[in-house]
Each structure stands twice: as C-alpha cells, then as structure tokens.
Design a protein around this ligand. Sequence first.
Ligand SMILES: Nc1ncnc2c1ncn2[C@@H]1O[C@H](COP(=O)(O)OP(=O)(O)O)[C@@H](O)[C@H]1O
Ligand SMILES: O=C(O)C[C@@H](O)[C@H](O)C(=O)COP(=O)(O)O
Length: 335
Amino acid sequence: MNHITFQQDRELDFIGLGRLCIDLNANEINRPMEETLTFTKYVGGSPANITIALAKLGARTGFIGKVSDDQFGRFIKSYLHKLNIDTRNVVTDHTGAVTGLAFTEIKSPTDCSILMYRNNVADLKLEAGEVQEDFIKRAKAILISGTALASSPSREAVFQAIEYARKHQVVIIFDVDYRRWTWKSKEETAIYCNLVAEQCDVIIAGREEFDVMEIVTGPEVKDDSATAQRWFERQAKIVVVKHGGDGSIVFTKDGGSSQGGIFPAKQVIKTFGAGDSFAGAFIYGLLQGWPVEKCQEFGSASASIVVSSHSCSDAMPTVEQIENLIREHRANSSI
Ligand SMILES: Nc1ncnc2c1ncn2[C@@H]1O[C@H](COP(=O)(O)OP(=O)(O)O)[C@@H](O)[C@H]1O
Ligand SMILES: O=C(O)C[C@@H](O)[C@H](O)C(=O)COP(=O)(O)O
C-alpha cells in the first residue's frame, strides 16, 4: 500500500515524456573539460534515463518525445527499441532541429558539472497535436519532465498530455528536473512548474528545485514538510524531496514521512544520474504496490549503483543488482 492506485487493465506500466538526448561523458575522469580529450556517447536526457531505468527493471514502458532526423535521432530510437520501450509516439522532426547534447565534466567524484548544448533542439519542438491520446490511455502512469515546459510548443504538449492522462485515470508523476540553461528566468520556471505540479499525483524534486518553485508562491522559510503540505492541498498523494548525498524524505498525504539515507558507494565516479536512477527505481516500487519506505530504499540503492558507473542510461541496474546491493549492505551493517 503506497497511496497510489494504478489502473490495472493497462498494456503499459509507464510512459516518459520529454527529452531524448545524448550524453557525452568524459573518459578522462578527474580532469577539467578544457583538458578532456575523449568522450563516450550514451542515450541521455532525464526522462529518457528514468524510462530506461524502468525498462531495465522489467516494467513495460513507452515514450512521448521528438528526435532529430539524423544519426543521433536514429541512434536514440534504436536504443529504445532494443530495450522494448514503445516508440510509437516518438516523433521525428523535419525542420532541421538537432539533438540536445550534454557534455559531462568529471573533475572529481564530488565536483561534476554538465555543459549542455540545447539550441534548436528537437525535444522542445514536440507539438500538442502530436501527443497521442490513444497511447496515453494504455498506461498506468506518465512522467512529466519539467524541462519539457521550458518553451513552446513542447510546453503546450505537456498540458495536452496531462489532459489526456487525467481523462483516462493515468497516474501523473512530475520530476521537476530543473536545468537553468533551458529557461529565461527562475520566475518563468516557477510559474509553469507550479501549474503542472498542482495536477500531479506524485512530485519528485530536489530541495533547490522546490526553492525555485517557491520563488513566486513562498513560503519564505524553506521547510520540506511545509512544501509537501502545499501540494497535498492540491492533487498530490506523495511528495519526494531529494537531498543529494544526504538522502531524501518521502511525504505522504496521510501525514506520514520517511527519512531515507544513502547506500555509500565503494567508488563514486560522478554524481549526476543519481536523481534519474533514484526516480526510476522509486516509481518501479510504486508500481509494485510497495510501501514508500521500500520504494525509497530501492531508489537509493539504484542511485548508488549509477554513481559508481561511468554512464547514466547504460548503468541503470536490474532488480537483481539492486537486491544484491541491499542484501550486502544489510549483511555488513549487522556485523
Ligand atoms: N554520492 C551518492 N552516493 C550514493 N547515493 C547518492 C549519492 N548522491 C545521491 N544519492 C542518492 O540519489 C538520490 C537523488 O540524488 P540527488 O543528487 O538529490 O538527485 P539529482 O541527481 O536529481 O540532483 C539521493 O536521495 C540519494 O538516495
Ligand atoms: O538530463 C540530461 O539531459 C542529462 C542527463 O542525461 C545526465 O546524465 C544527467 O544530468 C542526469 O541527471 P540527474 O539524474 O538529475 O543527476
């Protein structure tokens, strides 16, 4: 029991909506970008990573997005096919738009940053008329990535998807996924993210992301419990506040909360990807009907595996890998 009721008669467990991009992760780790010579190419984009995480855990998944009509767009689509992610609503752009690129700089395990190239990107060109109602109604849950709200027409496509999801009782999950380069101002981010969050059943964001959303609404004092309460007065049943290496707190509408720590990684390679792997495994747990504490533990263990790896998407773990890590951790803690 976890406060979320999924419609059981659905062909798909989960649909991700938003960007399908490329991550170019520095091969020479512990160096600044200026001195980096080579990169490895992976499928990336936060909602893509989350959907890939769920697919690797065995969920039946699909995606709504737009890719460029070039080698990168084709690489992304074929990667999704290999993981059995339904791409019937992944549209190909024909206006000359490009794939967003995220170059990652791994200066040290704790000092990582991302250089994003996002001019004229295909993902933000998804139009409301391209979102298929018939596809959304086949799913138990849909994830909205906040970055898809950064400009039109993708912004309207999100609102269209939410309309269809609500009409067909598809659980709506919002990952705020704030990438400041994509937005004109924090106020713009706050206004659109708040408009979406008030229609969502599950909201997942870092403390700093909630702070951005609270610029226009308050409160002045930043408090996780007060933040969650504000969304429980709307549609939300679960609010997750992420705190990086300090773990996370999951709040539920009935007044419950669960403070979760992390699974310390043996070797942290980089910190990005933690949020996406956490979200993927957490949502997987919700779909299984697990209590939120178990979903949170599963998410944290998944994040620990991804921060120990070079990639985000490729490194998303299987159920067995996560269970092994949790078992190992318990065995070590009881020594
Ligand atoms: N260095 C780390 N080692 C192990 N787990 C981590 C680490 N950093 C984050 N996590 C886990 O991943 C979750 C999400 O991380 P966070 O950094 O808050 O998200 P985001 O990547 O979206 O900013 C945390 O709540 C925690 O469980
Ligand atoms: O989201 C992007 O466009 C880049 C991602 O693919 C990248 O790997 C990343 O930053 C992961 O984000 P996080 O999980 O929020 O740390």
